[in-house]
Design a protein around this ligand. Structure first.
Ligand SMILES: Cc1cc2nc3c(=O)[nH]c(=O)nc-3n(C[C@H](O)[C@H](O)[C@H](O)COP(=O)(O)OP(=O)(O)OC[C@H]3O[C@@H](n4cnc5c(N)ncnc54)[C@H](O)[C@@H]3O)c2cc1C
Length: 561
């Protein structure tokens, strides 16, 4: 039998899973709250370049700027966008600390452009039109991720990189530590920890994109739903898993497509007809759902492709968009535009909806947390896209900061819970099995089959019979896990990721079956219950692992909504 190294790492007071926006702010806050604490970030990729920030970022979507916007307006806007199914106390917490975080970022060197009057350069998103300046975007520049990494390093945070976490161990409902696979050192790591902060991002690799390329997804492809699965397996509650999200993207590149619309472009179909316009022009949308439904309708009814018509834009606006797309958003955008011979302001840009995705920051699904970023598992916190919060990058920053502070406070008061040797051994066997198998199926193949299944059976439109067929199909795919063969440690990570995507699919199916209504436009549409029913369903559908390791579903009221 091939020898595989194992290493028990030095204990951590606070162990953070993921070194993205939320993870970095959590580490900084934990060290500031308790400078002597042993704080570690365990990151699948690298802290310097990993996570969604590196995928594209033009603005901080949510900031409550004193004298310009109010926390209450933010709460109202986000609750309205979530159609009432969100914890308002979490949104409030984000709103209250948002400006403080912005100031911290500035003090670290992140630049926020100002206008000629010396005010922050802001713009209002569509969702904020009816709520004054509640959701205020502030554009930014600079090497955000590089700056965050520097601040983390300055504070003496331990970094364990290229090491995907595979399990969070909880003993009697309390966190005891985690395990990870060190891809480069080819080792199975065990890290005892008093508290764990889950900041592992969204489930970007949920549906298969129309290009068929596994990693060419809108959200950060390193985030395969690991965070949802890690929390679920540790006994945490997740909410809104039935809300299956899509983005509006530049087709085939799969990059963000909303910015040109926010800046005054119009949408046209293949017949050159503008759709979604009212009166003399400009988009009149209550929220993104109208846009997404309309785009789908044009494709389904044979009027596709759909194009973003940037020709009405002024020269200044074209320059602004090019700056945004080609620098802070995604530098590879420029390569794509050049390769396809496209020019903003001159050409129609083909657009479509992205693959299905689960995301707690841009969307509303994920671990259920309170305003202290606590989950129902003692010592387990969640922040960023892995947690249900709907407040994008600022939500990740603020919840990360709160989680770091709270975890440090708890860790100071408690001792270490003992890891259960059998559980650690079982996890080691699960993770290593594909490496030890003589032959079998490559993880990428199973992932393709699984994500195709998500497109065909799990994504909208949904119905009871279709979702039950999904259950059968997913169970068959789960059998194939025992045949996975990993060529190397990188492949072994992919085998773990496939299992995380499977967990996500199981949770989505269970929650979708439970919510017997339609809600959130195309995000949860049941043909057998086509109407929204606030009287019965204005509540959370909660998913939690049962004793048979299957998703158990219950409902909980939305408090204070
Ligand atoms: C293309 C794009 C454009 C966006 N534009 C904007 C915008 O303009 N404004 C805005 O406010 N928001 C925007 N967002 C949203 C915003 O970027 C996210 O909400 C935010 O960055 C999420 O932070 P996070 O820390 O939760 O996740 P991430 O920053 O994605 O970090 C998660 C980290 O966890 C790591 N990880 C994953 N699995 C594991 C594991 N098993 N073990 C260890 N580590 C793991 C990943 O490698 C990653 O580094 C955008 C997102 C995308 C994808």
């Amino acid at each position: 039998m091939k020898e595989i190294g194992e290493q028990i790492l030095k204990e951590s007071d606070v162990a953070i899973i993921g070194g993205g926006a939320a993870g970095c702010l959590a580490a900084i806050a934990a060290k500031e709250a308790w400078p002597e604490a042993e704080v570690a970030i365990v990151e699948k990729a690298s802290i310097r370049r990993g996570g969604s920030i590196a995928c594209g970022m033009d603005a901080i979507n949510v900031v409550v700027v004193p004298e310009l916007s109010r926390v209450e307006d933010l709460v109202r806007a986000q609750m309205s966008a979530a159609q009432g199914i969100l914890d308002p106390s979490v949104v409030r917490a984000v709103g209250e600390e948002s400006f403080g975080v912005l100031k911290d970022l500035e003090s670290w060197g992140v630049e926020f452009p100002h206008d000629e009057r010396g005010q922050y350069q802001i713009f209002r998103q569509w969702t904020a039109r009816d709520t004054a300046a509640a959701v205020t975007s502030i554009s930014m520049a600079g090497e955000l991720k590089v700056i965050l990494e520097r601040e983390v390093a300055k504070r003496g945070v331990r970094r364990i990189e290229h090491a995907p976490v595979t399990a969070v161990f909880a003993v009697d409902g309390r966190v005891a530590g985690l395990s990870a696979l060190h891809i480069r050192q080819e080792k199975f790591l065990v890290l005892p920890a008093k508290t764990v902060i889950l900041a592992a991002g969204s489930a970007a690799r949920f549906g298969l994109p129309e290009t068929g390329v596994l990693h060419a997804v809108f959200d950060c492809p390193a985030c395969a739903g690991d965070g949802y699965s890690l929390g679920y397996r540790a006994g945490a509650e997740l909410v809104n898993m039935e809300c299956v999200k899509h983005y509006f993207t530049v087709r085939f590149f799969n990059g963000p497509g909303l910015a040109p619309l926010s800046h005054g472009s119009r949408l046209v179909n293949a017949l050159g007809q503008a759709f979604l316009e009212k009166g003399s022009g400009g988009l009149e949308l209550n929220n993104y759902m109208d846009l997404f439904s309309a785009v789908l309708r044009e494709y389904r009814e044979g009027r596709g492709p759909v194009y973003i018509d940037t020709r009405p834009l002024s020269r200044e606006m074209v320059e602004e968009l090019e700056r945004c797309f080609f620098t802070t958003e995604r530098p590879t955008f420029k390569k794509f535009f050049n390769a396809w011979g496209l020019k903003i302001g001159r050409d129609l840009i083909e657009a479509n909806l992205s693959e299905a995705v689960l995301c707690g920051g841009h969307g509303i699904n994920g671990l259920k947390v309170n305003a202290r970023a606590e989950t129902n598992v003692t010592g387990l916190y969640a922040a960023g896209d892995v947690a249900a919060n709907a407040t994008s990058l600022m939500g990740a920053f603020v919840l990360g900061r709160i989680a770091g502070r709270e975890a440090a406070r708890l860790a100071r008061q408690i001792g270490f819970a003992a890891l259960v040797a059998e559980e650690v051994e079982a996890e080691r066997n699960r993770v290593m099995a594909p490496l030890l198998r003589a032959d079998g199926i490559p993880p990428a193949l199973l992932e393709r089959k699984l994500r195709q299944t998500v497109n065909q059976y799990v994504d909208n439109p949904k119905s009871g019979p279709k979702l039950r067929a999904a259950e059968t199909r997913l169970a068959r795919l789960r059998h194939e896990v025992s045949r996975l063969k990993a060529a190397d440690f990188h492949d072994a990570m992919k085998a773990v990721e496939v299992q995380a995507i499977l967990d996500c699919a199981d949770m989505v199916v269970a929650a979708s079956l439970e919510r017997k209504e339609s809600r959130w436009g195309i995000y949860h549409f049941r043909v057998d219950y086509p109407e929204r029913n606030d009287e019965q369903w204005r509540k959370f559908v909660v998913v939690k692992k049962d004793v048979a390791s299957r998703p158990a579903v219950s409902t909980q009221p939305v408090m204070g909504g």
